[in-house]
Design a protein around this ligand. Structure first.
Ligand SMILES: CC(C)(COP(=O)(O)OP(=O)(O)OC[C@H]1O[C@@H](n2cnc3c(N)ncnc32)[C@H](O)[C@@H]1OP(=O)(O)O)[C@@H](O)C(=O)NCCC(=O)NCCS
Length: 171
């Protein structure tokens, strides 16, 4: 498992003890409205998510990190393999108190550098709902390019951005 430090943040794998703080972010109404629904009681539900991330760390050597600002969990972000597309996405979600500081872009930039650098991935994508302009602004700041609309889980016609390693290295 990989832990990274960025200029202002610590990115480390989530553990069971993070469940309560993670549920407060992941299930915050202003965050949850943009993400696939989690079923059941929030802390119990995110325990399942943390377990899936732990399995991905073992299986693939990457999974989304918990994002920590001075030891406080403010969100999740990083690389996530999506079997439906057989590709790796970069994702992010922060507690509303942490919006507007450039933290999501900072996390995602570190994730892309790790994905293209250490993990040698060929392409990384990001998807979101068409009206999630804040998330698309992060994608554009990172240099991802809009390609098409796709369906994913319960979401139809969502926007797909991506960047390949060559384009990332040429930036
Ligand atoms: C998507 C999301 C992570 C974007 O957060 P964000 O704070 O807007 O994005 P960033 O962290 O990149 O911050 C950029 C903002 O910080 C500002 N900022 C302030 N200080 C900054 C700094 N030091 N460096 C960079 N940007 C800074 C930028 O000007 C920009 O503000 P603007 O949007 O008013 O122009 C956030 O809206 C979120 O968690 N939403 C709910 C979950 C979600 O939608 N996840 C994505 C699902 S696909």
């Amino acid at each position: 498992m990989t832990t990274l430090k960025t200029e202002r943040l610590c990115l480390r794998p989530l553990v069971a003890g993070d469940a309560e703080a993670y549920a407060a972010v992941r299930c915050h109404p202003k965050v949850a409205k943009w993400l696939p629904p989690v079923a059941g009681e929030p802390v119990e539900a995110v325990r399942g998510t943390i377990g899936r991330f732990a399995a991905a760390w073992q299986e693939r050597r990457y999974a989304p990190w918990g994002v920590f600002l001075e030891d406080r969990l403010i969100g999740h972000g990083g690389l996530n393999f999506v079997p439906e597309f057989d590709k790796t996405e970069v994702l992010w979600a922060l507690h509303p108190d942490a919006w507007g500081h450039g933290y999501a872009t900072e996390v995602a930039r570190a994730a892309l550098a790790h994905g293209f650098g250490s993990l040698k991935l060929d392409l990384i994508f990001a998807i979101t709902l068409p009206d999630n302009l804040a998330s698309q602004a992060v994608m554009k700041r990172l240099g991802l390019t809009y390609r098409r609309r796709v369906d994913y889980k319960s979401f139809t016609d969502i926007v797909w951005y991506d960047i390949d390693r060559e384009a990332w290295l040429a930036r």
